[in-house]
Write a protein that binds this ligand. Sequence first.
Ligand code: NOJ
Length: 858
Amino acid sequence: MGGGASGAPTQQGGVDSESGAGSAEAGSGAASNEGGASPGSAGGASPGSAAEAGTAGASGESSSAGGRGTDSDSLDLRGIAADTLNHNPAPPGLGDARSRAVALLATWSQTQKLALIRGSSGNYVGNVPAVGSIPALTLQDGPAGVRYFSGVTGFPAPITLAASWDRALVESWGAAMGAEMRGKGVMIQLGPMMNLARVPAGGRNFEGFGEDPYLAAELAARDVAGIQSQKVVATAKHYVGNEQETNRFGGNSQIDDRTLHEVYYAPFDASVRAGLASVMCSYNRLNGLYACENPTALADLKTGMGFSGWVMSDWSATHSTVTSANAGLDMEMPSGSYFSALGTAISNGDVPQARLDDMVLRILTALYRLGILDDPPTGNSASNVNPSAHVDLARQAATSGITLLKNQNGLLPLDSSKKIAVIGRAGHSAPAFGGGGSAAVTPPYVVSPFTEIQLRSGNTVTYTNGLDSDAALAARAADVAVVFGSVDSTEGSDRPSLSSGVDSLVSAVAAANPNTIVVLNVPGAVLMPWLDQVAAVLVAWYPGQENGKAITPILFGDENPSGKLPLTFPKNASDLPQPASTQNVAYTEGLAIGYRALDAANVAPLFPFGFGLSYTTFSYAELKLHPHNSQGSVTAEFKLTNTGARAGAEVAQLYLSYPAGSGEPPRVLRGFERIALAPSESRTVNIELDARALSSWDSAHRSRQVLSGTYRIAVGGSSRDLPLEAALEVIGTDASAGTNPGTGGTGGTSGTGGTGTGSGGSATGGTSGNGTCDSPVDLDASVNTYGLLTTGAACFRTPLSFNAVACTQWAGRTLKINGAVVLCTGSQITVPPAIGGYSYFDISAGDSSYAAIGWFTL
Ligand code: NOJ
């Protein structure tokens, strides 16, 4: 939806949630198809690309306009608190909810506790029977709305929403889905899906928000906020590295620590900031260990990101009792194949009692915090939950995502006096709707494009759904041919190729009529070998039930297309990674996912990330940077003007280039705003970049840092059309070593940093310093009854001792802090000085098998 004049690139604050049950899975399919034809001729407005104009202003803190300044703006981040970079705030209401959960837990028997943390059979995809005063928990797919039940709205698929780049629209859609879930008696929605489209043929790309970590993070967080505004838990899935469906059950995603933090964790981290209540760990292995028993990944989530909710397994993705429980899995779904043995494991001393209590507390706290236990849903699977307001929203969402990729000679919008041939099955007999698997929804109907085009046109409209030769005949008899094509996609398998499935049909039609418009209902990128032969191309993604009512107003210019590609359309499939059929999938491209890879290799895409035309044109001008040292942020201000004759919305995008030697790709998206403008209207747009937006992940210290150096900020209408650019000199956190407290790592378990011996240069935040800690933390006061750190402590003094049952509980095992062995004797744990960077605890029986990580028992 429309754009505000100012934008902030970051998000909100998050929280937690709970459970579910179900039965094993594989993935089903189903989606859409092709077909159709008809007459008509061109007409209409001009294509226009976003780009243009714009000189870059780069002068000082409050400067005005002007071309690229010779003096860069500068931002000094030495004073920012380590917390700003490394910790997410606790969600509102967490403390109260936690207290209530603790009080209830104190009344529960062991049997009750053990009943809450695993699924059972029932009417929903996941079910946990009632425990004491807690009603039965109901979990239902999925990221595109309510699965399996009728009486629901068939919203467009998430990739369609992603193409809108519209935060407010995504939040409204999330709220509408949440309301329908609740109306059906669901407490826990199994979505959003926030894996990235690393491989363009990925079978689940339509369920997510595209290839860019920042775009996906921004939109996933709004989806979470919308769903949870309805007293429904959102479940962020699949954590993590579930980037292909080939070998999804146990394939090993090999992803380095920096890439995880900067790319694949990003949407989960943003969702935690938005109050996320639940996470689903994935089927795949991550760096050798199953995701649901991977202590590093789960500690990164709980301790690093500060996730207060609970982790449930994907359906049958649990592979152990003790290892999973101790690694941080909180709920097994859909049954209790492994967690039914948890009671015995606790009696044997293999899993601490505190771990079970923590599982239960996480679930209860999330349910209290979102208000679900005080106001449980009353609907059931038979309730009708699709009001007309949701139908309007579904149409608006489908419209907002439609992306115009080509419009030669202003063929679009269509002149209604022309004879139109609608061609292809997706044009009428099998109109596209959505994808398959757990993101499938049963819509009440799907509106046919042909039917709507007939209603809107003032002339003859024909429909052809047959041989290429029949389509060519129909096209020849018309002024304009509109060819509809669609591609199915589903969980469980990747697409076999990037074919649109209509290559020969389009070529046959285009040979018969140069005024050929191709409308594609696709789950992601497709190749277009016929691109030069056709006049126009529209990507309408998976449009949901309103299909024809979304595409027709765009075709005739009653609505102006404003979608932008949330993923790259490559010229060749080989330009981007393909699903690997080997068990080990090495993410060798690291940070260079999607457009970043093509930028780094200087390879031209077919259509770049962020690209989309309009029936009007926009210009960009007067970029100015306003650094705010006290807030540790910089605002990019620029002027956006609608230079054409039609009202339209533009998605203005901001890309950041890091200093040389940073290891970052050439450009990364760090801000965007969708702005609606009347003809000739101008708007001043502000996009704020905070210190996090400028940061990178320092694997050596396991914390975020901001490197000192020259950054470049570029603004425009796509990743390859950036007419404005300005430089920003940054004095980063690396310059503060020796003077600032340590960052304390991701874990919030406090850092030993301090002002100490850090020596300028590239040391991060003094995490390895061994000097004085300016603001020591009382560790005992910072750890709650269950051993969870409740503060984002930056540092504490060493040597330090505190009572710990752990020593006796884990006799014979080794306690490590960030890999360094810590003495554990009797009932005392003594943390010796100079260990540095306490981002997490490992308690292991040996170097390879963790018994616990990321939490602690007093
Ligand atoms: C497996 C899928 O991967 C997951 O996304 C879904 O929520 C569960 N099955 C339950 O259907």
